[in-house]
Design a protein. Structure first.
Length: 84
């Protein structure tokens, strides 16, 4: 995991929940920890790590995640044991 990916991980765990976390950075973080990312119909994305699945929508038109999505990602990272 590089410095930018570690910063993204820290941003995801920050409280109060941030709303300026970029989807591109989150996607890069997931790839760095070894997750598989599958794009579905529309903006649906599935992230798979050790048989655990996170279903989420890619943000659009801006690239920044909404607070509820960041919280969902934080919960998923907690479950799979990835912490800053």
């Amino acid at each position: 995991m590089n410095k930018k990916q570690r910063k993204t991980l820290t941003d995801i765990y920050e409280k109060p929940t941030r709303c300026d976390v970029s989807w591109r950075n989150v996607e890069s973080l997931f790839k760095a920890i070894g997750s598989d990312i599958f794009e579905g119909e529309g903006s649906r994305v599935s992230v798979v790590f050790n048989k655990r699945v996170l279903n989420i929508h890619k943000p659009h038109p801006s690239g920044d995640m909404k607070k509820y999505a960041v919280e969902k990602i934080r919960d998923f990272l907690n479950i799979i044991g990835v912490k800053p």
